[in-house]
Structure formats: C-alpha cells, structure tokens
Write a protein that binds this ligand. Structure first.
Ligand code: PEP
Ligand code: MG
Length: 746
C-alpha cells in the first residue's frame, strides 16, 4: 500500500463532500462513501456500522463485504471486534482479525477471507454513533498515518450522521435527533410536566466539517484562539483577589496557550477539516478520555479543555459566547449539571428540569424542590440526545423522560397530567382540615423551606409552620459571605411572611456536599462524616455568632426557634447553647431587643445522639430527626451514592424500631420531637412514623396534601399492629404489609 500524504487525505475529504452534496438518497450516499474510502485507502473492504438503538450496531453500508448483509447484520455493543470498538471507543488495529481476541464470525458477510482489520469509533463529543471499518486480505498492521487519516474521516462521518445526511426515503436509516427516545433517571422532585427542551449549554452545530483551503482555516483558527486567550486573560484580571478562582483560570489559561493542542488542530486542518471540525475532533477525544479516566484530577483538567473547546466553537461559529439558547415555549431545562445559583437565575419560569448528572441530595435538587419544579437526575445521554426546542415530557413520578414522544405516548402522558391535576384539586379541598386519623390522633404537618420563595407555600399547602428552614442556601447561592445585616433582613422577611406561624431556623449546615464557594475547600477523605454543620460552627464561633445575632435581631422582640444540625453528642449541644447565651448577653449589652422567647433544639442525625444521657433529652427544648442523614449513618449507605442509597428501605424493621425507641425516649422526658427528613413527605412512610409515635412531621410543601389525605383515612393503632406483626414475623421491611393495609383503606 502506498504511503499516504496530507494531500491524499484532503482529496478523499473533498470527494466525501461531493458525495454528500449530490441530490441522492441517504443510502446511496453511504454506499458511495464506503466505495470512496476503500479505493482511497487501497483496501478491499470498507464498512460503516451505525447505532440502530442504544445497544445495537447495524451494518449500514459496505464495499467489499456481501451487500445482502447490509441492514441485516447486527451486533450488540461489546460483541465481536466492531462491537468492542464501539464499547471501548478505541481503535482496534490488527493484522490477523480471525485470531484477535473477541473476533466473531458473521457468515452472511463473507468477511473470513480478510485478515487485517482497522476499526475506528465514529463519535461526536463523547457520543458514540457507530464504527468505521477497513479490512484487507493482506496481513498487515495499518500505519499511524493511516489510522490518523481514517480518524479524521470518522470525525466527518460523525458530523454527517449528526446532520442527518444519510437519511432518505426508503432506507432503514433514521435521523438522529428526530426519533422518540425514552430515558430513565432518578426522581429529584416529583410532578409531571410537558414542554420544550431549553439547553443550558446549547450544542454548537458544525455544518461545514470539510474545507478546501487549509491556509484560510488555519488563519480562522488562529484568530479564534487569539480571541479566546484574550477573554481568558480578562477573566484572570477580573478574578484578582480570589485565589481559588484564579487557580482555576490559570489552569484554563495553560490549556488556551497549549502548543500541542494548537498543533494537533492545525494538523487536522492540514488533512482537510474545517477549523470548527478540528476543534470538535480534539474535544471528542478529550470527552472520550474523561469517560475512561479514573483519575479525578485528570478528569477535571479534561473538563476544562472541554469547556474551552466549547468557547472556541462559539467564537468560530458566531453562535453566541454566552450560555443559554433562545427560550422556547414551556421550557424544560436540560443540562449535564447545574449549580443552585444558576438554577435560581432561571427561576420559576421552568416547567421541569432534566439533568444528566446531579444527585437527589444536591443543592440544585433542593432548589428545584423549593421551586416545586419536577426534576429528574441521572438521565443518561439527555444532554447529547436533546436539541433545543424538542418536545419533551417529564414524568417525575416514575423517573422517566420522553423525548420527542410519539402520539400514543403523548396522549397517555396527557392523561397522567390530568389525573395529577385532579389529585391536586382533591388535596386543596382538605387544605384547611387537620391531619386527623380515624382513631382521633392529629398529626401536625409542617413544611421544609430554605428560600424566601418558599414562604407563599405556607398558605397554599396548609402547613402549620416551617419545621425546617435550611439557612445554608442563602450562603451557598452567593459569591461571598453574606453580611449580618443582610441576613437579619432576610430572616425578618421570612418571619413576616410566616404571619405568626412557627419557623424553625436551622443554623448553618455546611460541609459534606454543601461547599461554600468562598470558603477554602477541605480535602477530606469522607466529607459526609467530616468537618461539617455544628462542628464547623463550634470551631469557627465567629460565623455562628454572626448568624445568631442576625436571627435575634430579625425576631424583633418576638418569639424565636433555632436548632443546631448534626449534633453527635450532648457536649456539642451544651457548647452551642452556651454560645447562644453569650450572644444573647452581648446583644443585651449592645442595647438590642431580645426575642420574647427562645427555643433551642438539636437535630438528631447521628445514631449516637439517640443514646445520649437522659439529661440531654431534658435539657434540649425540642428534637428534630434529620432522617436523610440519620438513615445514611444507620445503614452506612451514602445518601449521595445512587448505587447504595436505595438498597435499604426506610421501612426496614430495624430502622423503624430504632426510630420508635427515639420517640419513646422523647415521650419519657416530654421532649417535643418531629421528623423532618425527605421520608416524612412520603405518605406511607409518614403513616408508619405516626404509628410509631411521631406527632409532628415536616416535609416539602407539595407532600402535605398527599400525606394528609392518607393519614385521614387510616387508624394508627391498626397501622401499629401491622408493624408489630411484621417485626414478630421477622420481616425485613414492613413495606409489603403496610401497603396491603393502605390499599384496604380505599
Ligand atoms: C436530614 O438530614 O434529614 C436533613 C433534614 O438535613 P439535610 O437534608 O439538609 O442534610
Ligand atoms: Mg442533615
């Protein structure tokens, strides 16, 4: 085989472009392309396999293999050499394919006579689209130049596939981004929504992957990179004084000035790619490496490179340098991930949110809940599958996303939305009624909050008060530590909006996943069990004092309720209370009005506190169970880790027995106790908590209706008997038995 030169590659790309431009059907285009590649590479075979669905590759065109196998030969990802290229997203180059690991004989193709095999993944920005294969009879390994040239061709094929140029009437191909897709994720906030995709980071569309004039493209690239470098330098100047931010931007700058990055892109242009396609080729390789790298530092640097490539593409295509595409009607935000502050900027205008990453316990999820916007996290592939403006339906009950749904799915989904609306109406009819069970027990239902925007829900949900006000959200959404006066004003507004209903302010709960952007991050091996919440408060009393003063002043001579998070032992509570007393005395000395009454409570979020001395239960004004944390420590299962989180049922008999012991200890000392973790908002869980002795539950506002509705139908003594019987039988969880009881009540 002759040595390949840059001009050979350019010629091949030029011919490919002509093949694309002609007025022929999609299949004819594909056939022509395989013929062109085989001839140009001097190989007997060239085949293109594209994804038929998420797991299946299909032979879509071939030069040299049996043509009857086209659209018939299929393989699963990982199966055979082609399947392995797709799975590993790596080139396979072997002189002796039948002997290679994983080779699978496909008799219908007649490929057994071909010895050498070169398979290249067709991928775009980390999204696998197919595999390009060349084969020849002669047993030889393909040279590095040949592999490189074919990678460039694969990149162009990826762009063409993306643009839908292989779609035509009468063939088996379908355009990407036009087919219905169903994606499964995890529910972050329930609810159902229909609308249109609004991409947080819009995809840049490259419509000209091939270019004739490499010199011109090189100049375009250089100009764009100059603009990019200038903007990074500006970012650096703006961040002066902020060391952490500067470090990040310095790393960016290093990439923006990287000679090897620039050189690789220039080489791609030499081979015939346009400047945009060259940037994207490098970006695709970086994304594939992100997925494969186990090294967190490397992954982060590759993400920087990804971000820079995006900026560069936007400069080159003129598709806007700022984030956010045009807002479609009924927007449903789609993003790889998003921070709480960014989400707040979008605000209530969103109908729903779908994230590719994210986690249920993250602060973006808490903000979504506060805004009552249905949220699905971990919807794999959503950011590459969705296009701005696509029709989308979010099922925040089942954790399903329907992208570009067909008519049948859309009709069924609309029925679901209607049923949801009817249920909401039923809940609003009992809004002003108490959550009194059929045995005459009344359970107080409070709501969890964290933003001023939550307060109107006090009225609309019928909550008796705010059982948990997460004060850290105010700290998390800012770029610098909020001032005491600012906080005081905010807390005063919260109290005003509560119109005399009780608000339980929880002092700052930072650490773990809640890292303040302006505080030096602590590199802790296990942050959930690290320096967080009251531990930070006691070690840095300045912040705690400042927050307590803000709260005392906000009370403006009225009653106030405060609680400390994550208390693990009596001594910590005593020390915090001591700090409260000192701060009160100081306020008095300064001439400020003190609250008319002050209740100081603790959150029970670690098993240790359940076994604290009786004296603790007598001294604390009230207790609130943080079930999210308590459960993760009880079962040693990280609440942020989707893999283990769901392994242990809240209705596990051991956990309920543990909770019941806490309720009994509180009853012995007359210590008021409530349950405020997310589980309190799940009707069946709420029923069990009430049955084992909890009389106050705090939950997100949207859960109050469903919880109240169930409690009003049930008898706590009967529910308790169901739990006791399950325990007696040795059941692992009471869920099965209690569900049966619940069904009987309807
Ligand atoms: C909890 O742990 O249950 C709790 C209410 O606190 P957070 O979810 O904010 O950690
Ligand atoms: Mg907690």
């Amino acid at each position: 085989m002759p040595e390949r030169t840059d001009s050979d590659s350019r010629k091949l790309l030029g011919r490919l472009r002509d093949a694309m431009a002609g007025d022929v059907a999609g299949q004819a285009r594909l056939d022509k392309i395989t013929n062109l590649i085989a001839t140009s590479m001097g190989c007997e075979v060239c085949s293109i396999y594209l994804f038929r669905d998420e797991n299946t590759l299909e032979l879509c065109a071939t030069e040299g293999l049996n043509k009857d196998a086209v659209h018939k030969t299929r393989m699963k990802v990982g199966e055979g050499l082609v399947g392995r290229v797709a799975k590993q997203r790596r080139v396979i180059n072997t002189p002796n394919a039948p002997q290679a690991k994983g080779f699978r004989y496909m008799p219908e193709t007649g490929e057994e006579i071909f010895s050498s095999f070169l398979g290249i993944p067709i991928q775009r920005l980390g999204d696998a689209l197919g595999v390009l294969v060349v084969q020849s009879k002669m047993a030889r390994e393909f040279s590095a130049d040949e592999v490189y040239a074919l990678e460039v061709v694969a990149m162009v094929l990826a762009e063409m596939t993306e643009l839908g140029v292989f779609v035509g009437e009468g063939d088996a191909m379908s355009a990407r981004h036009s087919q219905p897709v169903l994606l499964r994720g995890t529910v972050g906030q329930d609810g159902v929504a229909e609308g249109h995709v609004w991409l947080h980071e819009p995809r840049v569309v490259v419509s000209n992957p091939i270019a004739d004039d490499p010199e011109r493209e090189a100049v375009r690239l250089q100009e764009a990179v100059d603009t990019l470098r200038l903007s990074v330098d500006q970012m650096l100047t703006m961040s002066i004084g902020d060391k952490d931010q500067q470090q990040v931007i310095e790393a960016y700058r290093m990439f923006a000035n990287s000679k090897s990055w620039m050189r690789r892109m220039q080489e791609d242009i030499e081979l015939g790619l346009s400047a945009e396609a060259a940037v994207e080729k490098e970006q695709s390789l970086a994304r594939a490496r992100i997925g494969q790298s186990a090294d967190a530092y490397l992954r982060e640097r590759l993400s920087d490179l990804d971000d820079l490539s995006n900026r560069l593409l936007r400069i080159l295509t003129g598709q806007g340098t700022d984030t956010g595409a045009e807002r479609p009607r009924d927007p449903i935000l789609v993003a790889r991930n998003i921070g709480p502050a960014e989400l707040l900027e979008y605000g209530r205008s969103l109908r729903g949110i779908v994230l590719e990453n994210g986690s249920v316990g993250s602060h973006a999820a808490i903000v979504a809940r506060a805004l009552a916007i249905p949220l699905i996290v971990h919807a794999e592939r959503i950011s590459t599958e969705a296009l701005n403006g696509d029709h989308i339906m979010v099922d925040g009950e089942q954790g399903i996303v329907h992208l570009r749904p067909d008519d049948t799915v859309a009709a069924a989904f609309r029925d679901k939305i209607a049923m949801h609306a009817a249920a909401q109406e039923r809940y609003s009819s009992i809004r002003d009624k108490p959550a009194t069970t059929t045995c005459g027990q009344t359970i107080a239902l409070h709501m969890n909050a964290g933003l001023m925007a939550d307060l109107p829900s006090l009225e609309s949900s019928g909550a008796e008060g705010v059982g948990l006000f997460r004060t850290e959200l105010q700290f998390l959404i800012r770029n610098q530590m909020p001032q005491r006066s600012e906080l005081s004003m905010l807390y005063a507004r919260v109290l005003d909006a509560a119109k005399g209903k009780q608000v339980v302010f929880r002092t700052l709960d930072i650490g773990s996943d809640k890292v303040l952007p302006y505080m030096k991050p602590n590199d802790e091996p296990n942050p959930a069990m690290g320096w967080r919440a009251i531990r930070v408060g006691l070690d840095k009393p300045g912040i705690m004092r400042m927050q307590l003063q803000a709260l005392f002043r906000a009370a403006n001579g009225g009653p106030l309720t405060v609680m400390f998070p994550f208390v693990a032992q009596f001594e910590e509570f005593r020390a915090a209370r001591e700090e409260v007393n000192k701060t009160l005395a100081r306020e008095e000395r300064l001439g400020h009005t003190l609250p008319s009454s002050l209740k100081v409570g603790a959150m029970l979020e670690t098993p240790s506190l359940a076994f604290a001395p009786r004296k603790f239960f007598e001294e604390v004004d009230f207790l609130s169970i943080g079930g999210n944390d308590l459960k993760q420590f009880f079962f040693a299962a990280d609440r942020e880790n989707e893999r283990v989180r769901k392994r242990y049922d809240t209705l596990n008999v051991s956990f309920l027995t543990f909770l019941q012991n806490i309720a009994e200890r509180c009853a012995q000392t007359d210590t008021p106790v409530s349950f405020c973790g997310e589980d309190a908002g799940r009707p069946v869980e709420a029923l069990c908590f009430a049955a084992i002795g909890f009389r106050t539950l705090s939950m997100r506002p949207a859960s109050i209706g469903p919880v109240k509705s169930l409690l009003r139908r049930c008898n706590l003594e009967e529910a308790r008997a169901v739990i006791d019987a399950a325990r007696e039988r040795g059941d692992q969880s009471v869920r099965g038995a209690i569900m049966e009881y619940v069904r009987e009540q309807y």
